[in-house]
Design a protein around this ligand. Structure first.
Ligand SMILES: *[C@@H]1O[C@H](CO)[C@@H](O)[C@H](O)[C@H]1NC(C)=O
Ligand SMILES: *[C@@H]1O[C@H](CO)[C@@H](O)[C@H](O)[C@H]1NC(C)=O
Ligand SMILES: *[C@@H]1O[C@H](CO)[C@@H](O)[C@H](O)[C@H]1NC(C)=O
Ligand SMILES: *[C@@H]1O[C@H](CO)[C@@H](O)[C@H](O)[C@H]1NC(C)=O
Ligand SMILES: *[C@@H]1O[C@H](CO)[C@@H](O)[C@H](O)[C@H]1NC(C)=O
Ligand SMILES: *[C@@H]1O[C@H](CO)[C@@H](O)[C@H](O)[C@H]1NC(C)=O
Ligand SMILES: *[C@@H]1O[C@H](CO)[C@@H](O)[C@H](O)[C@H]1NC(C)=O
Length: 601
């Protein structure tokens, strides 16, 4: 090797640059190259080893597409790491481009287990996501995993081992490499609110891409809320015709299937939430008889956020509505999801003073009625073979009797995670003081001059300030949970509520801060020695992950997009930092053209 190994040691921040951190990683400092003609084999070409079929989805097809995407990223969307090394240090970091090169000629993928339908829509813990990677200095490269999902995770790690050379192809300077990896938590989710603002399907698909790169495995779609009902329910057509922000700004059954199957191809399960009985005003636009306290004022008496509105609690019309809703939705989503979320946060008792079927705000009167609604919903969900998820208030505020299968999603505190496990229930963490990505934008309501102006001045939102990545990273889903109950903590979710987020700022609001939660969920708050992971180690790796995600993969970086459209108008390109790597990339691509046809051999 002509490469001067001592220089690698100088730039240690570039080594171990994998995000999220693997459980075990060892590397050397030899250089290996990889080219588009690398042979990729999967079970020696014997795909009958994973001859699982689930509604047309097979593990071998998933792996094949995963390999195609990974090679595309490796050779077309890789980064020249000029930003990650000291000023003008690239030539010291990169191997000489014209020295004799040892290539990785074959990538051997071995899947040791057989997938089944649980692989594609697992209950937490049902799928083995572990994998191992081994790359020798002679250029042999192997991926081993039990499931196809493990192979997908391995591919995400594999591509992070390589950089684009500024002039000469694609290399790693870390060989030999040995990685063994598995997630700390089985449920690693992003909760995306698609009701407060409308998000076209492609925004959701792009978000699925990005969460899969960060080894999340759940996209929770907070589908409905008081502001809009953006999902078509063919049996209740007026729901979205009237309840969406604009007719047509709603997900068709085909859209939902597309989102779910796109996610499965990337090792992600989509969990749909119908929030009820609170947060349901939009139902009342189509079906006024079902909703109490519709747009009631003063709103802060009747709901947590305007416009107010809650499903009536003692109404046979509401029973018929939920029967029809679940009868329509569940058979369609059940092939691709194993959970369905029935919401249950922030139920306001006073809304039921205005409910003509109840006329009471007494919890003792309301509690059995909410129990009946939830029992009814959950019976539908179980009958369709799914498992219910609820917000914490259903257990901790309303003291409902929930099945042992039900997963309780907390958001208010660490103490509430422990309060759920203390009752023996499975729980998701995601304390809003750490994992709410929407915070810090200020109020979204207007205040007339006078008392309310003075009261809310200087107009911070309820959860400000912004949860910066260091704070996100410091969160431990197990904080406060007794040792003997930690098994009940399935994992957690980081949240993007969308009062002030729409397709324009979605990517900036979510990334790279969600990546910090992704590492906590995959790698754990503590390292293998039981020490808290440190920002000092995470910071350069997160910077590199952001670079790979935003610059390399062309993920929405507003300045870069601006630059592209500017140049399309033949104007000066305004943003130098975005342009440099692109120029370097296209130069090297000319010499090393990537041919995507049939990467599997
Ligand atoms: C593929 O694997 C299956 C299961 O182990 C085996 O029965 C079959 O003979 C193998 N086929 C080939 C072509 O190796
Ligand atoms: C699939 O396999 C996993 C692991 O062996 C198991 O836990 C799960 O119950 C299986 N699912 C089905 C539907 O057979
Ligand atoms: C529910 O409605 C029925 C009539 O339909 C009434 O008899 C009953 O008292 C109501 N329950 C409550 C708690 O208001
Ligand atoms: C219930 O309503 C009464 C007015 O009817 C009000 O005084 C009381 O504060 C309300 N209870 C709660 C818990 O808000
Ligand atoms: C739930 O239980 C707690 C603690 O016992 C109690 O304070 C609360 O009032 C109960 N809530 C309802 C709705 O019954
Ligand atoms: C580790 O982090 C947790 C919060 O996640 C914190 O409470 C604890 O004090 C930290 N431990 C040490 C030894 O710093
Ligand atoms: C778990 O530990 C707590 C003390 O932290 C103890 O009170 C409780 O009985 C234990 N529960 C089980 C199921 O062992």
């Amino acid at each position: 090797m002509w490469f001067q190994t001592s220089l690698i040691l100088v730039f240690t921040s570039c080594a171990l640059a994998i995000w999220p951190a693997p459980q075990s990683f060892s590397s050397g400092n030899s250089v290996l190259w990889i080219g588009p003609d690398v042979q990729v084999t999967y079970n020696g070409g014997n795909s009958s080893l994973t001859s699982d079929t689930h509604d047309g989805i097979t593990g071998s097809a998933i792996v094949k597409k995963g390999v195609t995407r990974a090679l595309g990223t490796l050779f077309r969307q890789n980064i020249v790491p000029w930003k990650l090394v000291p000023r003008n240090g690239l030539s010291n970091f990169e191997p000489g481009g014209y020295s004799p090169k040892t290539y990785i000629k074959t990538l051997t993928i071995t899947q040791t287990g057989t997938d089944n339908s649980s692989t594609f829509k697992p209950l937490a813990g049902q799928v083995d996501e572990s994998y191992a990677i081994s790359i020798g200095t002679d250029g042999t490269a192997e991926i081993t995993a039990v499931s196809s999902v493990g192979v997908l995770h391995a591919l995400q790690t594999f591509i992070q081992l390589f950089y684009q050379h500024s002039s000469a192809g694609t290399y790693t300077n870390l060989a030999p490499i040995k990685i063994t990896d598995a997630p700390k938590f089985a449920h690693r989710g992003l909760n995306m609110d698609v009701a407060r603002n409308w998000f076209p399907v492609e925004d959701i698909l792009r978000t699925i891409d990005a969460i899969s790169w960060n080894k999340f495995n759940i996209l929770h779609l907070h589908m409905t809320d008081s502001q809009s009902w953006p999902m078509d329910i063919p049996a209740l057509p007026e729901l979205s015709q009237k309840g969406a922000y604009f007719t047509g700004l709603s997900y068709t059954p085909d859209d939902i299937k597309k989102i779910q199957t796109y996610a499965i191809q990337r090792g992600v399960e989509v969990v749909i939430e119908f929030d009820m009985p609170g947060h349901t005003t939009a139902i009342g636009i189509a079906y006024p008889d079902l909703i109490a306290a519709f747009d009631a004022q003063p709103w802060d008496t009747y709901c947590a956020e305007p416009p107010c509105g809650s499903l009536k609690l003692n109404s046979s019309a509401v029973d018929d509505f939920v029967d029809t809703l679940f009868g329509d939705v569940l058979p369609r989503v059940a092939p691709y999801s194993t959970y369905l979320h029935t919401g249950g946060d922030e139920v306001n008792v006073n809304a039921y003073l205005l409910d003509d079927t109840v006329k009471s705000n007494d919890s003792a009167v309301l509690q059995p009625l909410i129990q009946k609604l939830v029992d009814r919903n959950h019976a539908h969900i179980r009958a369709a073979g799914l498992t219910p998820v609820v917000w914490e208030e259903m257990l901790l505020v309303w003291n409902l009797t929930l099945g042992a299968d039900v997963v309780v999603q907390t958001w208010q505190s660490d103490a509430n995670v422990a309060a759920v496990t203390a009752q023996g229930h499975k729980v998701l963490a995601g304390n809003y003081n750490f994992w709410y990505l929407d915070c810090g934008k200020g109020q979204w309501l207007d205040f007339a001059e006078g008392a309310s102006f003075a009261k809310f001045y200087p107009f911070n939102d309820y959860c400000s300030p912004t949860k910066n990545w260091r704070l996100v990273y410091s969160y431990d889903p197990l904080a406060g949970v007794p040792q003997n109950q930690t098994d009940l903590v399935l994992g957690g979710e980081v949240h993007i509520w969308s009062e002030q987020t729409d397709p324009v700022n979605l990517d900036d609001m979510v990334w790279p801060r969600a990546s910090a939660a992704g590492e906590v969920l995959w790698s754990g708050r503590q390292d293998a020695n039981g020490n808290n992971r440190t920002q000092l180690d995470a910071s350069p790796r997160l910077a590199e992950m952001r670079e790979r995600q935003h610059v390399g993969r062309g993920f929405q970086v507003p300045l870069c997009l601006g630059a592209l459209s500017f140049s399309a108008l033949h104007l000066e390109t305004p943003h130098f930092a975005c342009e440099t790597p692109r120029r370097l990339l296209s130069k090297s691509r000319d010499r090393d053209p990537y041919r995507a046809q049939n990467p599997m051999r």
